[in-house]
Design a protein around this ligand. Structure first.
Ligand SMILES: *Cc1c(COP(=O)(O)O)cnc(C)c1O
Length: 379
């Protein structure tokens, strides 16, 4: 008899991809299904229920089932990127709908919202999501369709109280979507806290190996909004390829060990450099002195994530230039540690502090990482 995967712990579901065994071969890893189309029988009925890979593919199904279970959701949909996943949520709204977005959020998704969603007709307003009174006032002003949360936020790690924002949004009938890329389902399950949708850049921790660009949205309920979002994916076609979906499932199997190790290492690094004279401040939700720490303790379990930022005293670009182990590269969530000077990457319009270096902590020896940062910070 095989195990009952409806009752097992999330790390078990992830490690065994819900106990997948290929019926035909007994293989414990699924094949890649590159077929773009699916056959019909003599009566012209679809044999597997699948029509065409812009809509359906067994590789999407499996990864969607695993992530839906990890997030305690009813269904999930993979997308060609995290931004495509985020955009799909906004595109499932109607022109004229009002949306609240946080003052600090992933800048490239914010860029898409400003350049495309706003001209298309969404009424977008920025609010400090960490300030519940500001959220309450913004929601009281005018009917709102969607509240967008990102927590911890990229790149300065602001923490938003998901359950509290959900409570305020529920009172006025607004939907809540959470970009949970930094938190991962290891630390936070936004749907359990009452959010309606959770989105991930699966390029980051879910895949974890810096070799797939992917996104995913998970829904708490299969409602009309969700049907519209799925239809939008089928019609617009920003779906993931089967090989990328296959790689993503492979990465997901080790999510829990990777993220736990990365969070533990990030905590060590944060504690080591907090108060160091060469550092102005360390931005990390795990530090008791960090502004969002109490909320993070409430809604994050098993650690505070592998992302942190360090504001240095002095020239951040010089510090980044001296790092030998941390790779100077954008992106995050992979097994190798990365450093990024966001102000350079975001360009002239960036409001990110010039002395801020964002660190994505990998799974290397934490002693090696600390030694590298220590020598790079100089005397
Ligand atoms: C990277 C990232 C995205 C965008 O994801 P892509 O896969 O690069 O399109 C969205 N939100 C956050 C928080 C991210 O870090």
């Amino acid at each position: 008899m095989s195990a009952d995967f409806s009752i097992l712990d999330p790390e078990t579901l992830a490690a065994q991809a819900l106990g997948f065994v290929d019926v035909g071969t007994g293989g414990i890893v699924p094949p890649v299904f590159p077929s773009t189309t699916y056959v019909r029988d003599e009566a012209y009925e679809l044999v597997s229920g699948r029509l065409y890979s812009r809509a359906d593919n067994p590789n999407y199904d499996l990864v969607e089932e695993v992530v839906a279970r990890l997030e305690a959701g009813a269904d999930a949909a993979v997308f060609a990127s995290g931004n495509a996943a985020g955009a799909a949520i906004f595109q499932a709204l109607r022109p004229g709908d009002r949306v609240l977005i946080p003052a600090v959020m992933y800048w490239a998704l914010r860029g898409w919202i400003m350049n495309w969603a706003v001209p298309w007709g969404l009424k977008v307003e920025e609010v400090d999501m960490t300030d519940l009174e500001a959220v309450r006032i913004a929601l009281a002003n005018e009917k709102t369709a969607l509240v967008w949360i990102e927590t911890p936020a990229n790149p300065s790690l602001e923490v938003t109280d998901i359950a509290a924002v959900v409570e305020l949004a529920r009172e006025v009938g607004a939907r809540v979507a959470v970009d949970s890329t930094f938190a991962t389902p290891v630390h936070t399950q936004p749907l359990v806290l009452g959010a309606d949708l959770v989105m991930h850049s699966a390029t980051k921790y879910l895949n974890g190996h810096s070799d797939v660009v992917a996104g995913i949205v998970v829904t708490r309920e299969k409602d009309a909004f969700w049907d519209g979002l799925k239809k939008g994916r089928f019609q617009a076609g920003h779906v993931l390829g089967p090989f990328e979906a296959w790689l993503l499932l492979r990465g997901l199997r080790t999510l829990f060990v990777r993220v736990r190790a990365q969070s533990a290492a990030a905590m060590r690094i944060a504690e080591r450099f907090e108060g160091d004279l060469r550092v102005e401040k360390v931005l990390y939700p795990g530090l008791p002195g960090f502004l969002g720490h109490e909320v993070a303790r409430k809604q994050m379990k098993e650690g505070f994530g592998g992302m942190m930022s360090i504001c240095v005293n002095g020239d951040a670009l010089k510090v980044a230039g001296r790092l030998q182990l941390f790779k100077r590269a954008t992106s995050l969530g992979g097994v190798e540690s990365l450093v990024e000077h966001r102000a350079t990457v975001e360009g002239a319009e960036s409001s990110v502090a010039k002395n801020l270096l964002r660190l994505s902590v990998g799974i290397e020896s934490v002693e090696d990482l600390i030694a590298d940062l220590d020598q790079a910070l100089g005397r």
